[in-house]
Write a protein that binds this ligand. Structure first.
Ligand code: ADP
Ligand code: ADP
Length: 229
């Protein structure tokens, strides 16, 4: 797996209002680094920059030592999987939603991913050979089920780099714990950036970064941050 590195990253959506002001950190190959901090601190901006939705104004972001500006958008998309807070599903079959991003996937691969995410029941084939529709006249999925679709999609895509952007924040506590446990499994051995609200949910991260107003103001393991108060 690749190492992800942010080196003195400065970024503003609007030049008159700096957002990130010299952010540096590494996600070592196959490790999970978590970012916590108040709303508006710039946490999600990190994930948008890694995906190159925006270009940084100063500094460098590298994947396996390569500047992401030198990587094609296509290979960047292939390398990174995102589980967002609210997964927006297409008005199509559950199978289509799982295979989105991997149109070459076989039905057997889609079913295997669905089974691993515990949503296999939703993609049962209909007489026409289509899996159950999501949306208007089809299935209404709960928040937890939607996140399971996102997990199945990520498992099928199997990218080396993962971003979980408050992936469980919108769920009730029963679902939250179940999906958190599954996300930890999915992240095993992957280079993972976890964006979280609370320190208590990222206990086992390799390193936790505390962000405030576009800067990292504290960093360390969970135990170190607790000891520092
Ligand atoms: P966090 O994830 O920590 O809540 P964000 O990275 O989403 O913070 O946002 C950081 C700051 O950037 C916020 O002040 C937000 O209002 C601003 N911001 C986010 N997205 C945009 C955008 N597309 N255009 C302009 N400002 C934005
Ligand atoms: P909260 O708002 O409760 O702090 P979030 O939903 O914002 O939590 O973000 C925490 C997310 O990160 C959860 O989805 C959780 O499953 C995931 N997560 C936490 N620690 C790890 C880890 N070590 N590896 C992978 N995912 C993790």
């Amino acid at each position: 797996q690749p190492t992800v590195r942010f080196e003195d990253v400065h970024f503003a959506y609007d030049p008159s209002r700096p957002i990130l002001q010299g952010v540096s950190f590494d996600i070592p190959a196959g490790k999970t680094v978590a970012v916590v901090g108040p709303s508006g601190a710039g946490k999600s901006t990190l994930s948008r920059l890694l995906f190159r939705f925006y270009d940084i104004q100063q500094g460098r972001v590298t994947i396996a030592g390569q500047d992401i500006r030198a990587v094609t958008q296509q290979s960047l998309r292939r390398a990174i999987g995102i589980v967002p807070q609210d997964t927006v599903l297409f008005n199509d079959t559950v199978a289509y939603n799982i295979a989105y991003g991997r149109p070459d996937a076989t039905q057997a691969e889609v079913e295997q991913a669905a089974r691993a995410a515990h949503i296999h029941g939703f993609i049962a084939a209909t007489p026409k050979g289509y899996a159950t529709m999501v949306g208007e006249r089809g299935l209404k999925l709960s928040g937890g089920e939607k996140q399971r679709v996102a997990i199945a999609r990520t498992l099928l895509k199997n990218p080396p780099i993962l971003i979980f952007d408050e992936a469980t924040s919108a769920l009730d506590s029963a679902n939250e714990r179940a999906i958190q446990a599954e996300l930890r499994q999915v992240a095993q051995g992957k280079t993972t950036l976890v964006i979280a609200h609370r320190l208590s949910t990222v206990v086992d991260a390799h390193e936790i970064l505390v962000m405030e107003a576009g800067r990292i103001v504290e960093r360390g393991t969970h135990a170190q941050l607790l000891a520092a108060g």
